[in-house]
Write a protein that binds this ligand. Structure first.
Ligand SMILES: [Zn+2]
Length: 130
């Protein structure tokens, strides 16, 4: 770096303030961790002086490291950041529950058949001569 160029100044307080104002739901945008003390505000362009909210995302320490190491594309972090702000921590079980009613009905039917078979076996065993 040339001597006359100053390195970008980091202002963590400003980064946290800007992130809190722009993203009221605080969680790691990758894993959803919501422990505030464990969350960093990451600079997606790796410029610590750029505290534009578009450049910031909450990440846990592990995912912050992984993002800084280039293991997640920035575009994915931006999509996940918007997703968490919109959906918060409300899970959508629709895909997993789509067949729950018919599966439960089949289980009840099989259980009743098994109970009936046991009762039949017991009644036959009781009627046999000893
Ligand atoms: Zn995480």
């Amino acid at each position: 770096m040339p001597a006359n160029v100053q390195p970008a100044r980091r202002n963590s307080t400003e980064a946290y303030r800007a992130a809190a104002a722009a993203y009221p739901f605080k969680c790691c945008v990758v894993c959803g961790l919501q422990i505030a003390a464990a969350l960093d505000v990451a600079h997606l362009d790796h410029d610590p002086a750029n505290n534009n909210p578009d450049n910031l995302a909450y990440l846990c320490r592990t995912h912050h490291w992984m993002v800084d190491a280039g293991l997640y594309p920035t575009e994915a972090i931006v999509i996940l950041r918007e997703h968490w702000q919109k959906n918060r921590d409300t899970p959508n079980h629709k895909a997993r529950m789509k067949d729950a009613g018919p599966k439960a009905a089949l289980t009840r039917k099989r259980k009743e058949a098994a109970r009936k078979a046991v009762a039949t076996r017991r009644s036959k065993a009781g009627s046999e001569p000893t």
